[in-house]
Write a protein that binds this ligand. Structure first.
Ligand code: ADP
Length: 342
């Protein structure tokens, strides 16, 4: 069924095409942050949600850190460095303190452009971006994330706090199981403050580090639907995608409540370059009890997110069991071509 009566296909940062889109619709929203804000600001007739003003501090990692600092939200200590300082780079890093994390300020995703510098012998990336951010390495207990949504009139709903597990800076697993109230209280208070300060409209993914002494620090803000919220498609009353449309269209927000005891979501990453549809592998994954498989139909490349599986947990299935389920998904989703007895 066609929902839209017309479609405009163009790169996401093409402002001329966006102007054409604006002439055909009431509101435009975003699903990534690789947009050209100054060019979009020229399109007088367009209504964007989130607004361009609210996106302004979010598109560059340095601006994000400065925004969080300004509104007194805990975040790792940081330093901006630009290309002119390349010669003194090593001294600057040593002075700042190691271990540290070097990040490209823009256009990073899935750990592309993020480099962990363990000691003074650490290799620097081959191609340094022009502008980057150096920040303290947080020896976190675990990483957390939350999806929050704000309506045009200011109503806010917050989804459950989840744990995310990254490998080589790429999210592999999301656990939706209960957290200590003291932790969720910090997460929710921070989410509310950020959305209100930005006068934000739409869904936002917020990533956190949980320190060993139980303190929550913000790692990153994603002004859109987010991988850590994919579980909401199957485990919540309102999915993050429906919520985004509700928020930007001025509809009442939906409930973010869980409809199951919990969930575990595993990203299916490519292991090879291939155009196979991995039918056999998909079949095995979809046969896991309470599993919901999403296959994006992309060409496989090593490390590329090709799909995800969410398994709903029943009452009594605890975190240990969720880890076993994640292990099964990874085992079934692993490898190149599946053999019959694998
Ligand atoms: P991206 O924007 O590419 O997702 P992030 O800044 O979120 O990159 O970093 C990816 C991952 O790298 C994080 O989820 C975390 O595991 C690790 N990481 C990033 N910054 C830090 C930090 N300051 N301390 C410790 N680990 C970090």
């Amino acid at each position: 069924m066609a929902i839209a009566s017309a479609t405009v296909f163009a790169p996401v940062d093409d402002a001329t095409a966006t102007a054409k889109l604006a002439s055909q619709c009431d509101v435009i929203t975003f699903e990534n942050e690789f947009v050209d804000l100054p060019a979009l600001a020229q399109i007088a007739e367009a209504r964007f949600y989130p607004t361009l003003d609210s996106l302004k501090p979010l598109l560059d990692k340095l601006d994000q850190r400065q925004f969080l600092q300004r509104i007194a939200v805990p975040t790792p200590r940081f330093l901006a460095i630009d290309a002119k300082q390349e010669a003194e780079f090593k001294d600057t890093v040593l002075q700042f303190g190691l271990p540290a994390v070097l990040k490209a300020r823009r256009h990073g995703y899935d750990g592309q452009g993020t480099f962990i510098l363990q000691d003074s012998q650490s290799d620097l990336p081959q191609a340094l971006p022009n502008q980057w951010l150096l920040e303290e390495f947080i020896p976190f207990e675990c990483e957390l994330a939350v999806m929050a949504a704000r309506a045009i009139e200011g109503e806010v709903v917050i989804y459950p706090t989840v744990e995310t597990q990254q490998e080589q800076q790429v999210c592999r697993r999301v656990y939706v199981t209960a957290f200590a109230p003291a932790i969720t209280a910090q997460v929710e208070a921070i989410a509310r403050r950020i959305l209100a300060e930005l006068n934000y409209v739409g869904v936002m993914g917020i990533e956190f580090f949980l320190s060993r002494d139980g303190k929550v620090l913000v790692n990153e803000l994603a002004p859109r639907t987010h991988n850590s919220g994919h579980y909401s498609l199957d485990a919540c009353v309102t999915s993050q995608f429906e919520q985004q449309l509700r928020a930007v269209c001025g509809l009442p927000l939906g409930s973010p409540q869980l409809t199951s005891a919990g969930a575990v979501m595993v990203n299916l990453l490519g292991y090879e370059t291939s155009s196979s549809d991995y039918a056999e592998k998909r079949q095995r994954l979809s046969e896991i009890p309470q599993a919901h498989l999403y296959w994006y139909g992309k060409t496989s490349r090593p490390g590329r997110k090709l799909g995800h599986v969410t398994v709903l947990l029943s009452n009594g299935q605890d975190r240990t069991e969720a880890e076993t389920i994640a292990g099964t998904i990874e085992q079934y989703g692993r490898g190149g071509k599946q053999t019959a007895d694998e």
